[in-house]
Design a protein around this ligand. Structure first.
Ligand SMILES: *Cc1c(COP(=O)(O)O)cnc(C)c1O
Ligand SMILES: [Zn+2]
Length: 392
């Protein structure tokens, strides 16, 4: 007899249609992403602060709210929550923290999503894993596929940062370069997956990358001592982490850990690719495809995010906001984060520094609120971008 699965069922994030979680599932028939659902009453009985003390220092410590298959793990999660006092004083946010996701395997928080997705794909006997990527997702998928012993196909724009191309090749993945954007790469995967027998690990097109990324919400709660911050700034491309953290907060409420209050979520985008900010400012429930998307923050170059309606819903429900940062502002902010705090960030992470300065200046962030910036990736993989900033 197989052991009981933690995931009771999958449920559409839009129309609430239910799906069997014991077989391969991707999108709902309505075209929207699926959420994994758990018996949270049962989870709450053993997922306690006290029990967490003796668990492994990876995101798999939150076992009750993750798929309970043998994990394909490289030690991801439980990243440092770094108090940033000097930077905070300079920005006018005096209770500032940086959640440093650059410390994950393969140097970005994409590792969180991929450990969960690949774990589940392996259990479901996937033959080849495929995904489009703007950069870091490809490296993470290639690494976890290697760890699982499953072949991977990574489809990326031809101008993806070279570190991302090299890591995929080193991990033994097949790399396909496309003259276009991640949306074109996504189309390539969609067009070929049936004939090639690929298991599609695209952002939000399988249910478990959200599960891996939601653990950032659990970690914040644990690292702040069973509390959540007032404000979270998140560099938003596909929005998986933002959606995931909000899902985690809902789960925490259902388990009785928190009440109905929520951190105010802030989606930070690049001025050259800001579909969510545009929709937010126009008070729309969905975004429009962002034409001629261009930014050196490759992870933010997502012109048509599939989960746009979820991101916009969550910004509204949490009384959050959305704003843009230019590439030059990102690079300046990255230098400031590095020189004041010793964290060498991806431009995407640096964007949240610049956004904090703007929101503190406008009074949207109050000086003594607890604010968390997500540095979503390491700066070491962006040598092309940093060369431009540091030689200038
Ligand atoms: C992918 C990526 C993002 C965007 O993440 P989403 O969850 O898709 O919004 C931000 N920063 C970095 C470094 C990334 O690799
Ligand atoms: Zn649906």
């Amino acid at each position: 007899m197989s052991k009981q699965s933690n995931v009771v069922e999958l449920e559409c994030s839009a129309c609430l249609k239910k799906y069997d979680s014991s077989i391969e599932q991707h999108l709902c028939s309505c075209g929207k992403p699926l959420y994994a659902r758990y018996d949270l009453k049962r989870a709450a009985a053993t997922l306690t602060l006290n029990n967490l003390k003796s668990r492994p220092l990876t995101l798999w410590r939150y076992a009750e709210v993750l798929p309970n298959d043998p994990p394909v793990t490289l030690g991801e999660g439980m990243t440092a929550l770094v108090p940033a006092r000097r930077l905070g004083a300079s920005l006018g946010a005096f209770n500032l923290f940086v959640k440093d996701e650059g410390l994950n395997p393969t140097g970005s928080f994409k590792a969180r999503g991929m450990t969960a997705a690949v774990t589940r794909a392996k259990q479901l006997n996937a033959k080849t894993l495929a995904a489009p990527t703007a950069g870091n997702a490809g490296g993470a998928l290639a690494a976890y596929a290697a760890a699982a012993g499953i072949p991977a196909v990574i489809v990326m724009p031809a101008d993806t940062p070279s570190a991302n191309v090299m890591e995929c090749q080193a991990f033994g993945a097949k790399v396909i370069k496309i003259n276009g954007l991640i949306s074109d790469c996504g189309k390539y995967v969609a067009d070929h997956k049936q004939s090639e027998g690929w298991y599609d690990v695209s952002t939000l097109k399988e249910p478990y990358r959200i599960e891996g990324k939601k653990t950032m919400g659990y970690e914040l709660w644990e690292q702040f001592g069973a509390k959540l911050p007032d404000v979270i700034l998140y560099p938003t491309g596909g929005g998986v982490g933002l959606i995931g953290m909000c899902k985690a907060f809902d789960e925490m409420q259902e388990m009785g850990w928190i009440g109905s209050e929520r951190p105010r979520m802030v989606a930070v985008q690049a001025e050259g690719c800001a579909p969510i900010v545009k929709a937010w400012e126009a008070q729309r429930a969905t975004s429009e495809f962002f034409q001629n998307a261009a930014t050196l923050a490759s992870g933010l170059r997502v012109p048509g995010p599939l989960g746009d309606f979820l991101i916009l819903q969550m910004l509204k429900q949490t009384h959050g906001t959305a704003l843009t940062v230019t590439d030059d502002e990102m690079l300046e902010a990255g230098k400031e984060l590095a020189s004041r705090e010793g964290i060498f960030a991806a431009p995407e992470g640096a964007a949240t520094v610049s956004a904090t300065r703007k929101l503190a200046a406008s009074g949207w962030i109050k000086p003594n609120e607890t604010v968390v910036l997500f540095n979503t990736g390491t700066g070491y993989k962006y040598s092309e971008a940093w060369q431009r900033a540091l030689q200038a």
